[in-house]
Design a protein around this ligand. Structure first.
Ligand code: ZN
Ligand code: ZN
Length: 282
């Protein structure tokens, strides 16, 4: 399988506008791999995009993507969906205000995501209902398993109470990639589908030291219940028996530069930190 990490950042792009911190200043000067856009990955084998962060338009251009057949959402938080208007921009025929014939993009939708999807609104009503009416997208709901051109896709739900987040597992040619970029606590490391990945793509969790404003998370901080720490993430990757780990969704407030992540990765075998435009072969 061939993947491109289109965006390796988290809730805020790096450089964050107006921010003069060390990490943002360097990123503004040097660009990628120091600069990071929001979280998105492209699976070339089936021309599938996962998530549409705010900067997705320029990310697709920069990534040299020329064909988009399928789209998946891990979940519907703003940092993963707010660039969804590219669906309209890519397919719209201004002469009819509908999609060009044959250009409709397949949105693969786990059944449980459907209700929440239609809760996303613009002044025209439910955003994705509008996309569907104009044929910008074709919604293909599925329960947990799909096969597309020799690539098996499994959706593994993570119940976050307020919403269900999906981990996506891709299997092809005897290889397994698990994509779990955001809000995956409690991580279902006992489930066979996510075990034994050749590559686990996951957020590293929060860092205990050297984050912005010299902040340290107190024992009762909310993030200790909603996220894993970096050390906990390493442990769960080990429990899930992942061969290689690639960290994504790297937050600006973690206060770490591309070089800092390189140095950190060198201390642990089998881990890497992603950067925008990173090509991954599995
Ligand atoms: Zn900054
Ligand atoms: Zn996120």
């Amino acid at each position: 399988m061939q993947l491109t990490v289109l965006g390796s950042g988290g809730c805020a792009a790096i450089p964050k506008p107006l921010c003069d911190c060390r990490v943002c200043t360097e990123a503004r000067l040097k660009g990628a791999p120091y600069a990071r856009c929001g979280p998105a990955v492209f699976v070339h084998d089936i021309n599938l995009l996962i998530d549409t962060p705010a900067e997705i338009s320029s990310m697709l251009n920069r990534g040299g993507i020329t064909q988009l057949d399928y789209l998946l959402y891990t979940h519907l938080d703003p940092d993963h969906v707010e660039g969804s208007r590219i669906l309209e921009q890519i397919t719209l025929d201004y002469r009819t205000w509908q999609a060009h014939t044959g250009s409709s993009i397949n949105l693969l939708l786990p059944e449980k995501q459907e209700e929440r999807l239609y809760a996303l609104k613009s002044q025209y009503g439910a955003t994705f209902d509008y996309y569907q009416r104009q044929k910008f997208i074709t919604i293909r709901t599925f329960n947990s398993h799909l096969k597309i051109d020799g690539v098996e896709l499994t959706a593994v739900p993570v119940d976050r109470i307020r919403q269900t987040v999906y981990i996506y597992v891709f299997q092809s040619g005897g290889k397994k990639v698990v994509y779990a970029p955001c809000d995956v606590r409690p991580f279902p490391h006992d489930r066979q589908e996510v075990r034994g990945a050749d590559l686990l793509i996951i957020q590293p969790g929060f860092f205990e030291d050297e984050i912005k404003h010299a902040f340290t998370y107190p024992p009762d901080h909310i993030s200790r219940t909603t996220l894993y720490s970096f050390e906990q993430t390493l442990e769960l990757a080990q429990k899930a028996r992942a061969s290689q780990i690639l960290f994504v969704h790297l937050e600006e407030h973690w206060n770490r530069s591309y070089d800092d992540y390189l140095a950190l990765a060198s201390q642990y075998p089998g881990i890497r930190f992603a950067y925008d435009g990173m090509q991954v072969s599995v």
